[in-house]
Design a binder for this molecule. Structure first.
Ligand code: GN1
Ligand code: MG
Length: 363
């Protein structure tokens, strides 16, 4: 069903539909996003309908963001952190018929890219996520809640994968048989995570948890990073979440949508650029245990995304929107190949990490 913001929604944010151009915006899987442009003066806003099947308690998102914004306003006053434009009643969300809508400002002269096409973009994006984590490193995590419980809990994702295998319809289970075996062979990744997660040196940080490159706004001319966006999953998590999703999505020239797996390669110069960008901001604050897990970060996120896609395929495509029958199968295979390519280069990539860590300790 086509979703469009109706008059009541627009008016809740003080806008009149007659005076606006409205168009669909962005490329996320989860929320519905629109760009609103005032005909009169060209001012722009981003309006989003939050997917309540995924974000069961949208107020958690709003509260987490508000607490982070309050902290940043005190400790890093010049920092650009996107916060919602309140409704005419002063609320961060407009709720109607169990639909949750929010509006955020459109940042002037910004663009997003869906794929890093030079190392500088990877550097700039990683720097923005590193800065966010660094600036928020002193915040008290206790009042923050998970907007999606257990979002990056690989232990539970792995159990969900096993359950999906058990409950799958025969035809899909058979079609995916070989890939299921391949992912099960990498279960040591889930075991390592399980061991790490209770280690006090492997701390919780306030993480963005969706560090794809299109969640960073870049200057439209210089491609320098402006700020991060899409803060729905800002929540306590481990450093491997944010770093790992950057490795997953910046280092390969093609996205998780690519069916031709021969195009899946690891671009070392992008890996280095993102490590430089991220560790340049936050490297100096990490514990020894965290520093030891920087290569693991990529394995962790690629593996988790792979089994999430494969579980969804086995469950009959209930989570990720699909354009054709085997879409989730293809995405999972893409991630499996990416994981294999990454592991093949471990020695080279670890040497890059060591170099970047060394530099980040000196500044
Ligand atoms: C989803 O909506 P989008 O594309 O920003 C997902 C991420 C996955 C990503 C894979 C809430 O993010 O965890 O990494 O798809 N977000 C949620 O493309 O599940
Ligand atoms: Mg997004």
């Amino acid at each position: 069903m086509e979703i469009t913001p109706n008059k009541l929604i627009l008016q809740a944010f003080g806008l009149e539909p007659e005076g606006l151009h409205v168009r669909k915006f962005g490329s996320g899987h989860i929320n519905n996003t629109f760009l609103l442009e005032k005909k009169l003066d060209g001012s722009k806003y981003v309006l989003q309908k939050i997917n309540v099947n995924v974000f069961r308690e949208p107020w958690i998102i709003a509260t987490n963001q508000r607490m982070a914004a309050d902290y940043l306003a005190v400790h890093h006053p010049g920092y650009l952190f996107i916060t919602p434009i309140p409704t005419v009643n002063g609320e961060e969300l407009f709720v109607m018929d169990n639909e949750y809508w929010r509006m955020i400002p459109f940042i002037a002269d910004s663009v997003t890219v869906d794929q890093a096409d030079n190392p500088k973009q990877a550097f700039e994006a990683a720097k923005q996520f590193g800065r966010l984590a660094n600036y928020l490193s002193g915040v008290d995590l206790k009042p923050f809640k998970a907007s999606i419980p257990n979002f990056h809990n690989l232990t539970l994702r792995y159990s969900a994968f096993q359950e999906a295998i058990r409950n799958a319809k025969e035809d899909r289970k058979e079609a995916a048989g070989e890939m299921i075996e391949d992912f099960l062979r990498y279960s040591d990744i889930a075991v390592t995570y399980e061991q790490l997660k209770t280690n006090p040196e492997f701390r919780d940080h306030l993480m963005h948890c969706d560090t794809k490159i299109n969640n960073v706004l870049l200057n439209k001319d210089t491609y320098e990073g402006i700020c991060v966006c899409d803060l729905d999953t800002l929540m306590p998590g481990k450093i491997i979440s944010d770093l790992g999703d950057m490795v997953r999505t910046y280092v390969c020239p093609v996205s998780e949508e690519e069916k031709d797996v021969s195009q899946i390669i690891i671009r070392e110069e992008y890996f280095e650029a993102l490590m430089q960008g991220y560790l340049g901001e936050i490297g100096g604050t990490l514990t020894k245990v965290e520093k030891e897990q920087l290569f693991f970060a990529g394995k962790f996120m690629i593996y988790m995304q792979g089994i999430r896609f494969l579980s969804d395929y086995l469950n009959g495509d209930v989570y990720y929107p699909v354009k054709y029958a085997d879409h989730n199968y293809d995405r999972a295979l893409n991630q499996l190949v990416l994981l294999q390519r990454l592991i093949e280069k471990e020695a080279t990539l670890q040497a890059i990490i060591d170099k970047c860590l060394h530099v980040s300790q000196q500044v």
